[in-house]
Design a binder for this molecule. Structure first.
Ligand code: PTJ
Length: 271
């Protein structure tokens, strides 16, 4: 892995990027996955690279939905397997969710590479690899239509981190509850899902696990209450407001980076 200078002002973001490049070189991440990450980074900048209150509320609703589910499934693609393999395994253990590999750019080599990465991270069972993905999601023409009859096909709740909108729509039409993690609140996935967590998967997956641990001993009535009080439209609206207000504030203040702001002040003094 390329060594990131620890004092680099954007060291954390660069480390995440390197993880993805490494995942690409190991055959887990699709070329388009690198492009998708860039898009995610841009939206993360806009929200301030931290979990917002609405994102935490969505993570809580997601945890409640997964705990209430009969057959919860976590759908994993190349980006997710590269960025948060251990965190996916922990979430699956806390919520008893199955893990299924489901790829847009499906190749047998990538399926196997992702399965290996998840097993290295401690996963015991991985669905959806090779012939195991023998069932089909109706009305979906992409490779994402191929699912495991023990997993996504019979799931009542599916967590789809970094998804494309078509499958979210298809899963909803199959009456499944879809939980999406997407930094872009305007994406088709974000708009189609029942619960959308507008946050980076790096933060969102551990947040759902933390919430699930807290909620685990609640009665199903209490969990249902949490879901009833969650409104995805409103939550997405709040996220868009947060971006809007943040940009308005930054535009007013003139500059975003505190050190740069200081340099400008010094320059003005000299003038
Ligand atoms: O591994 P595969 O073959 O299944 O392919 C995976 C990709 C991501 C290439 C595929 O699902 C795809 O093309 O996705 P899209 O349509 O590019 O959408 C990805 C969405 O995820 C975009 O809205 C990004 O803003 C968002 N995103 C990117 N990185 C992150 C993210 N959201 C949360 N956390 C991230 N780290």
């Amino acid at each position: 892995m390329f060594e990131i200078p620890p004092d680099h002002p954007r060291a954390e973001s660069l480390k995440i990027r390197e993880k993805l490049i490494e995942g690409f070189e190991k055959g887990l991440v699709a070329k388009a996955g690198l492009i998708a990450h860039g898009r995610g980074e841009a939206f993360d900048y806009l929200i301030g690279e931290e979990t917002t209150k609405p994102a935490m509320e969505a993570a809580k609703a997601a945890a409640a939905a997964m705990l209430l589910a009969k057959h919860p499934v976590i759908s994993v693609n190349g980006n997710v397997a590269s960025l948060v393999p251990k965190e996916i395994v922990e979430l699956s253990e806390v919520t008893r969710a199955k893990i299924e590999v489901n790829l847009f750019y499906r190749t047998r080599e990538r399926e196997e590479a992702i399965k290996n990465a998840l097993e290295e991270a401690g996963a015991k069972e991985i669905l959806g690899v090779g012939e195991a993905a023998s069932a089909t999601i109706p009305e979906l023409s992409s490779w994402r239509r191929k699912v495991d009859p023990r997993g996504i096909l019979i799931a009542d709740v599916v967590l789809v981190p970094l998804e494309d909108g078509d499958r979210t729509e298809a899963l909803r039409k199959m009456n499944k509850t879809v939980i999406a993690i997407d930094l872009n609140p305007l994406s088709r996935t974000a708009q189609w899902a029942n619960i959308t967590i507008v946050d980076n998967v790096i933060r969102a997956i551990p947040n759902i696990t933390e919430q699930a641990k807290k909620l685990k001993n609640l009665s199903s009535d209490k969990l249902k209450e949490i879901l009833k009080n969650f409104d995805n439209r409103k939550n997405l609206g709040k996220m868009i407001e947060i971006i809007k207000d943040r940009l308005a504030k930054l535009a007013k203040e003139g500059i975003y980076i505190p050190e740069a702001s200081q340099v400008y002040k010094e320059m003005r003094k000299i003038e």
